[in-house]
Design a protein. Structure first.
Length: 210
């Protein structure tokens, strides 16, 4: 928010917005007009119902980020928070460029690391550098300049906190018959912590000039 200096004049597209909580938080704090898209219909429905009274500055639509249903030069800022892992990156970056106004920005939080089961010996630490990730390769190929901020340590602390909270809530998950949710959250957090301890995981914010 500080880096992009969002305000009420900005039009923002949030790619892979999930249930729209982050888009809502950002719009509440800054007044920015934000459109969130996700291909999970249920998540979009939740977002639409929850924010019905904020429709003048918050909209949510079902959509595929690799095939954006918006006109050219519609947005000042495109957000992609942990959303660029499950899409055709090259095609998505092409679409982001099309819908962003000249001089617009892509802000992407992006983690990368050793794939599950990949032997540590054959894993190259070079891919953990900000210029070594798959996202960096696609941005370079497209000739898009970017700056990065390293959030790996923050990711570690976040994972540790998440694991503590999951443990504290375990009895509630169990009482609801949702122990698998506890296992998912705690397992994911432990996985991130282990990977960072083994120097096999990194996380960056990419700010890309479009
Ligand atoms: C890890 S979640 C992140 C959600 C949210 N940005 C956040 O940070 O809380 C990734 C989201 O991207 C969405 N997604 C993945 N690929 C997509 C695509 N091609 N088009 C639209 N949404 C996509 C998923 O449905 C999911 O909600």
């Amino acid at each position: 928010m500080d880096l992009t200096r969002l305000d009420a004049t900005h039009h923002v597209l949030d790619l892979g917005c999930g249930n729209g909580m982050i888009a809502e938080y950002l719009s509440d704090r800054t007044g920015a007009h934000i459109v969130g898209i996700d291909f999970i219909e249920e998540a979009i429905e939740h977002a639409q119902v929850r924010t019905a009274r904020k429709r003048n500055r918050l909209e949510f639509e079902v959509g595929d980020m690799a095939l954006l249903d918006f006109g050219a030069e519609s947005f000042d800022l495109v957000l992609a928070i942990d959303a660029l892992y499950f899409t055709d990156l090259e095609q998505t970056v092409k679409e982001i460029r099309r819908v962003a106004r000249p001089g617009g920005i892509l802000a992407a939080f992006y983690s990368y690391g050793r794939l599950p089961g990949e032997p540590l010996e054959s894993f190259s630490e070079l891919v953990l550098r900000p210029e070594g990730t798959p996202l960096a390769h696609v941005l370079n190929k497209a000739g898009l300049p970017y700056r990065t901020w390293d959030y790996t340590q923050a990711d570690y602390l976040h994972a540790r906190h998440k694991r503590q909270i999951a443990k504290a809530l375990k009895p509630l998950f169990e009482a609801e018959g949702n122990l698998f949710l506890y296992e998912n959250h705690a397992g994911e957090a432990a996985g991130v912590m282990e990977a960072i301890e083994a120097r096999a995981h990194s996380r960056y914010l990419y700010l890309v000039n479009l």
